[in-house]
Design a protein around this ligand. Sequence first.
Ligand SMILES: [Zn+2]
Length: 481
Amino acid sequence: MKYEAVIGLEVHVQLKTASKMFCGCINEYGGDQNTHTCPICLGMPGALPTPNEKAIIHTIQSGLMLNCQIAPVCKFDRKNYFYPDMPKNYQTSQSDLPLCIGGHVTLHKYAFPKDVQKESLASEDKKIRINHIHLEEDVAKSTHYTDHSGIDYNRAGTPLMELVTEADLRHADEAFAFLTTLKQILIYGNVSDADMEKGQLRCDVNISIRPVGQEKFGTKCEIKNMNSISAVRRALKYEIDRQIDVVSSGGIIQQYTLGWSDDLGETFQMRKKEDSHDYRYFPCPDLLPIRTNEGLHQEAEKLIPELPDKKKERFMQDFQLTEYQAEVLASERPLADYYENAAQTAKNQAAVANFIINDFLATEPDFSDVSIPAKHFAELSNLVEGGKINSKGAKVIIAELLENPRSPEAIAKEKDLMQDLDPSVVENWCQEAIAGNAKSVEDFKSGKKAAINALKGYVMKQSRGKANPALVEEILLKKLS
Ligand SMILES: [Zn+2]
């Protein structure tokens, strides 16, 4: 029997705000343990919360960037549970009236892992539906030592956005593409740094399998707390195979909460999942419902930048880039801005894209500390475009730029790469080439156009590579016609 996977994601995103969700404590990663705390985020009796407007605006903004409907009214609820990472014994969250409803993310080809981009799965532009996005406060961070556990409340009460997808994903590769795209959009919008290693983007995965053609979902397992997008992909691949093995050999899938060990490459059982939690949600008596139409929606709209999809289309139209070039350059906002700066004064903007992607990013994949001024790429491409240097020379110049950035033209002169020969000298070499290669000339005249390459080769050799090939060809053709 053939099985298919049914996958849904719950993604937690730490919002980039100055202060915590309901108090004035600083919202910052790191810091000495339990130093960013106050009576409100420690849940002392009588402490009153005040909602963070920025966090609400950023959540609405995220909803708008992800095609969601924004609820006209939302409210905060208390989600009751007893856990040491939640000193109040409840978490302020949103239950039946979340901020954003619906929405979707489109999976484009280049968001998929490199090794599957050529497969049809990656070319369908599938839409993954979002169920809702709600806003809540994060809990404290617990660390378990051999004989005791420690709790750091610096993270307790920081704003956390939770995005829940429909179970629309069918492959581990689709989960990879979804998270890649989501992360890109959140970073573009400056909503979160979405660094998974720092826990700023955390992901729980629900996964079940069912025979192809069956509508009813199978029993699902949940894999908790994934800390990288590629780990999500590996864990899902493993878990799908495991579930198919269990079912094919007559077994039954138990509803477990699982962890993922990247070292072992296996999922493991954390606990048996209870069927339904009774969180006894009730509206938070300390917080009034929020009307999003009272300025919040407009504020959020103002924060939306040109998103990767739109930027990509514009790059293809305005700069004649291929889909691949546009996708790579639009994938990160600083890279896109850098490219646009470089393209501004270039005669051939696609050539600039080529230099940045193939010569620069290929050797310096970490774009964050680039020291080459963007305009140097324009200058370089204009030198090539104007026939002043050849492509070999361009590569030498880029290597030099990476070492010690300065004007490409200055480098070309220093390294004797300029093809600034006197045209009359080139003309003499062409004449010599024709006079000394009767066979090639005869071949060319009898229709073998490729025979001109031998003549060109002769001239290039004479000039030790400094003659401009286009000029050489032009002169040769004129003399042979
Ligand atoms: Zn506080």
